[in-house]
Write a protein that binds this ligand. Structure first.
Ligand SMILES: Nc1ncnc2c1ncn2[C@@H]1O[C@H](COP(=O)(O)OP(=O)(O)OP(=O)(O)O)[C@@H](O)[C@H]1O
Length: 254
């Protein structure tokens, strides 16, 4: 395990009735790394990211972000501490433009700060900063040329990128991605993985990715955890993990 992971789970367990979905799971995400969780259907990947995101409370174990135990915090509190996530179906405002979608969370931010709105100059400065940042992020995701298009015009893959752009506006430290390549054509899937690598170097963000498209995802990630029947059965660099006998057995057995 790297010296100081930005996010880790310690001995996390979760049952659903008689089903043991997670059984003493330890995973970690190092700063500025792309970390992938793989495993056959039903191995516990979704349960794990729901525990990490705060949608599910584990029966045992801890989730630690930046040295702080966040196990009992609700999702929005984790978000404020720098842990964000995407969903398989992007959560967008399809009638708004690409740029407006990216700026939505900033408007919510303004509304909380009534005094700033009253101080018009400060507000305008902020707005300028947000728009600059929005374009920086849209450029990194190759969506800047579409800034004025309605979000409904985007392809499925671009919508996933737009959701990611919106999340990036809040400057998270770790983003959990739930199957970012599902339903995306191979060329855009490769592009998406490429964007993630530039985001981690340009913005210093780390990613924890759950993905079934191993042919594509494994080419880009730094570290892999392989799960089977609620446990981590192998971890390490992609090349080593795919050759691990427990991983081959997990997939072939399935
Ligand atoms: N809400 C739930 N109620 C009952 N059982 C559940 C629930 N959620 C998950 N499980 C069970 O927990 C186990 C782990 O499921 P989980 O969805 O985490 O696996 P997964 O690796 O994400 O699978 P997939 O790749 O198919 O999404 C499975 O046996 C599943 O049936």
């Amino acid at each position: 395990m790297s010296l100081s992971p930005i996010l880790y789970t310690e001995n996390v367990s979760k049952r659903f009735g008689g089903v043991v979905a997670l059984d003493g799971v330890n995973v970690h995400v190092s700063p500025k790394m792309l970390t992938l969780v793989i495993g056959p259907n039903g191995s516990g990947k979704s349960t794990l990211i729901n525990v990490i995101g705060g949608i599910l409370r584990p029966d045992g174990g801890r989730v630690v972000l930046n040295g702080r135990d966040i196990t009992k915090l609700p999702p929005h509190a984790r978000f404020r501490l720098g842990l964000a996530r995407t969903f398989q179906t992007p959560q967008l405002f399809t009638s708004l433009s690409v740029l407006e979608n990216v700026l939505v969370p900033m408007h919510e931010y303004y509304e909380e700060r009534v005094l700033e709105i009253l101080l018009r100059n400060a507000w305008r400065l902020r707005e300028r900063e947000y728009i600059d940042r929005a374009f920086q992020i849209l450029r990194l995701l190759n969506l800047d040329h579409l800034w004025d298009a309605p979000a409904s015009d985007l392809s499925g893959g671009q919508m996933k990128l737009l959701e990611l752009a919106r999340i990036l506006m809040s400057d998270p430290r770790v983003i959990v991605l739930d199957e970012p390549l599902a339903g995306v054509n191979p060329s855009l899937a490769n592009e998406i993985m490429g964007y993630l690598t530039s985001l981690r170097s340009e913005l210093g963000v780390s990613f924890l990715i759950v993905e079934h498209r191993l042919d594509i995802a494994l080419k880009f990630v730094d570290y892999v955890f392989a799960m089977h029947q609620g446990r981590v059965v192998a971890e390490g660099p992609p090349d080593a993990v795919v050759k691990h006998p427990a991983v081959i057995e997990a997939y072939l057995g399935g």
